[in-house]
Design a protein around this ligand. Structure first.
Ligand code: GLA
Length: 371
């Protein structure tokens, strides 16, 4: 068992005075490239990070306990704006599908930073869904659990997100990124041997937290739908560069990002497959510029990290996740990562930004039942 899974089992014992029956965990994710493409039926390339939410489950009158928040919540029948929305949403979605999952106790512990863009919400949903599937012997495939978690997020929690985060948290494998076709929901692991290439992925949590629902996320989605409607296509996945001439204003900018980003994801997969990390890095930086200038979801902190990284000989850097705050990511030679950390800390302090949290990681495993 991972330490975080042991902590969940221990929290269960302390809270409920018994041994749990199932312990499972699921990771946060970082998206390497392919931003705001998932809800346009396009391509994304996330990988799991080694920060997880673990949950221990056993029988009894339903109670949800969070060791992070030191509180017990009942199973909710509607959203209340707390952490308990996520497991409650998953139970709601499972019940909607006819699974009787109403009597269980659960203890949660997590170390995915909240609201940072590393998908702590998908991690708690995926951990809950995977643990309950094992506890009730439901036998639901991981892909279907991901769709179920997305339904919980959209219809219960009320955030209109795409499928990427839940898919990544459930289906990623250690040492690989995951190419997801968000229309067909086909997913393919792409080996990512960073250690062999002497490279590090450095994540910068700018600690500017963004509530997805309260930001322009839904406004971006609506602009994409309008653009698809004007072009007469089902989703922007079906639009081509030459179609962009028919658009103007906000729709043109948003659609140009989505159309070019889908192309960049597929090129990035080729680059990673042939271990051409310089080409991969250039695509990352192009993605950032497109998110900054056309999709307009960057912030001064995210831009600062990206520019410092590029000046510090990073191969590439970009904001990752929805934007509007949260995290950015750089691909850099392992030897140069320490220097980049210092430069970023120094610059953020000088500019009066919040102190950022920086850490490197290797692609980690998706949801697992602990044995
Ligand atoms: C958030 C959403 C995802 C995706 C990204 C942007 O993380 O939850 O579904 O849309 O933003 O790529």
């Amino acid at each position: 068992m991972r330490p975080i899974e042991q902590q969940a089992a221990q929290a269960y014992r302390e809270q409920f005075g018994e041994e749990p029956v199932v312990v499972a965990s699921a990771p946060g994710r970082v998206n390497l490239i392919g931003e705001h493409t998932d809800y346009n039926g396009g391509f994304v390339l996330p990988c799991a990070v080694d920060r997880r939410v673990a949950v221990a489950v056993g029988p009894g009158e339903t109670q949800l306990y969070s060791a992070n928040f030191h509180e017990v919540r009942p199973l909710l029948s509607k959203r209340e704006g707390s952490w308990a929305d996520y497991p409650s949403g998953v139970v709601w979605a499972m019940q909607e599908q006819g699974s009787d999952v109403s009597r269980f106790r659960a203890a949660f512990v997590g170390d995915v930073p909240l609201g940072s863009g590393l998908s702590s919400s998908a991690a708690i949903e995926a951990a809950t869904a995977f643990a309950l599937d094992a506890f009730y012997h439901l036998g639901i495939a991981k892909k279907n659990l991901a769709v179920l978690c997305q339904r919980a997020e959209n219809a219960f929690v009320g955030v209109n997100s795409g499928i990427m985060d839940q898919y990544a948290s459930l289906l990623c494998q250690a040492g690989t990124a995951l190419l997801i076709d968000c229309r067909s929901l086909e997913a393919e692991p792409v080996p990512l041997d960073l250690v062999g290439a002497d490279l590090t992925l450095l994540v910068c949590d700018t600690r500017v937290s963004r509530e997805l629902g309260a930001t322009g996320y839904n406004a971006r989605r609506e602009a994409c739908e309008r653009a698809a409607h004007i072009l007469g296509v089902k989703e922007l996945r079906d639009a081509h560069i030459q179609d962009l001439d028919k658009l103007s204003g906000e729709e043109l900018k948003r659609a140009r990002h989505v159309v070019t980003e889908n192309i960049r994801v597929l090129e990035a997969v080729h680059a990673v497959r042939r271990q051409d990390f310089a080409a991969f890095g250039r695509l990352m930086y192009a993605s950032h510029r497109s998110l900054r200038d056309d999709y307009e979801v960057s912030t001064p902190e995210l831009d600062a990290f990206v520019e410092i990284a590029m000046q510090s000989s990073a191969l590439g850097a970009r904001l990752t996740g929805a934007g509007f705050g949260g995290c950015a990511l750089a691909l850099i030679r392992s030897d140069d990562a320490g220097m980049l950390v210092l430069s970023v800390q120094h610059y953020f302090e000088e500019r009066g930004f919040k102190p950022p949290v920086l850490y490197s990681f290797q692609p980690a495993a998706g949801a697992e039942v602990a044995t």
